[in-house]
Ligand binder design. Sequence first.
Ligand code: ACM
Ligand code: ZN
Length: 559
Amino acid sequence: MKNKWILFWIAGIFFAGTLFAAAAKEKKSGGNELPIIPVPVKVEQKSGKYTLRADTKIVAKEVEAKAVAKVFADDIYRVTGWRLQVVPAGTGIVLRLDKRAKTGAEGYELDVSSSGVRITAEKPAGLFYGLQTLRQLMPAEIYSTKIVKDKVWSVPAVKIKDEPRFGWRGAHVDTARHFYSKEEILKFIDAMAWHKLNKFHWHFTEDQAWRVEIKKYPLLTKKGAWRSDILTRETGKRFDSKKITNHWQKGLYGGYYSQKDIKEVVKYAQERFVEIVPEIEIPGHSSAALYAYPEYSCDGKAPGWPILGGGVFGKIYCAGKDSTLNFLKDIFSELCDLFPGGYVHIGGDEAPKGAWKNCPDCQRRIKKEGLKDEEELQSWMISQMQKYLESRGKKIIGWDEITEGGIPKGCTVMHWREYTDKKIAPLAGEDLIVATRPTCYYNWGYAKEDQSFLLSQGGIMPIKQAYDFEPIPRGLDEKYHKHIIGAQACFWGEKTPNEKILEYHYFPRMSCISECTWSPTARKNWQNFEKRLQMQEKRYKAADINARPLVLPADYKPY
Ligand code: ACM
Ligand code: ZN
């Protein structure tokens, strides 16, 4: 009898130990999360499932809700061939706009049961994000670019309450060093939307090329949109950028986005709640513009081709000539007409100010305006553009170098360099977007052994490092946190001449910036994210996105 009791106790302790170990393991792995990226704030799994059918209705009453429903219906049609009807009342997938829902500007509540789906949100963006979550609950093939036959489109029953951590959830693409087609930009924006990212930072100009049509100055694209060396410029031979696999291959190639293209992209992005933030670099990174219009530089001479290096070695706009300021205002004016969003990015990084030191016009300006030096001249020039852009209802953003002549009032700073001192915008009461290198620089390689490293600009930045990124600078007093409006990933294209390579670098890391900017820190969990990435990889495959495989096969050819 006594032995029996001892055995009973031993078995009990063993059982409790096993349970404890399983619970600890479960906690470490983040539990049995549904494969949603970014992970939602609160998920309550229920029993049962809902199955989409050809006669499923989307119920939407208001004009805005109907517009959201239509984008979802089009996505479903492309894959299933079913034209889901949008109706004002009834059952099915019900979209409810409710001012009292307390979901915030972009949050939502999603309730899936066997009898139907209900998404409630204060604002249309919330309905859109609720539908994106619904899509992620379906089989990965729902992201397919073609019809998928004989699939059951079921969704597990669940209750989700969700809202973003930050209002700025951005992705930047340098389309200047190399040109990526309009179709690629649309594809990229679509992917951003299902990662719940909402700011597309479109980098249009560089030393190497100018990519946006400006009607008043046609030479910007006629001359400035094509990269070349002298030989091929003479023969006029154009290269198809898709055929170029090495960034050092010489040739005249490129392209630009016409104003018609841009209108199409803006509309597409608006339908997906993505605001486009256009960037025209001033005063540096401007050799391509000054190749087309040399009269706006200090010495009036066009830079030679090819434009080697660029950035700190390139040409700079003359800040002393009024004609240069008028030229830039004309350009920003057309930009304001094209982009309805609230922000314009004016660059400001790595400006080579040497030419200003020897320019009589620039020196005269310094004296006349009572400026201390060339740093303050840059601040002055930017403030001129800021005044103009604010008169057009826009806020300006600049890279963190714009703070070097003093932190400009009313300007949002985008920090790309590591924080080296306390001179950061929130301390001066200004907004900050965190895009710090290397964790936000998706042009860096994944690993040394990865062939993509050859076509990476920068060092190594593995997926885990991208995932571990924390947007709030360490040690920043809590009272300044409200000025960190968000974060974004950046992609510099010096070495990435085609879309496949762009995609390889951005995906799956886009999932990292997505979760880092949307999900609460307490919900982030690397082990669990890794598991969810497996489903995300299937989605990338379905969407024909050239994502880097999670497990790299030997001798893998990335593109
Ligand atoms: C930058 O990387 N120069 C913004
Ligand atoms: Zn000058």
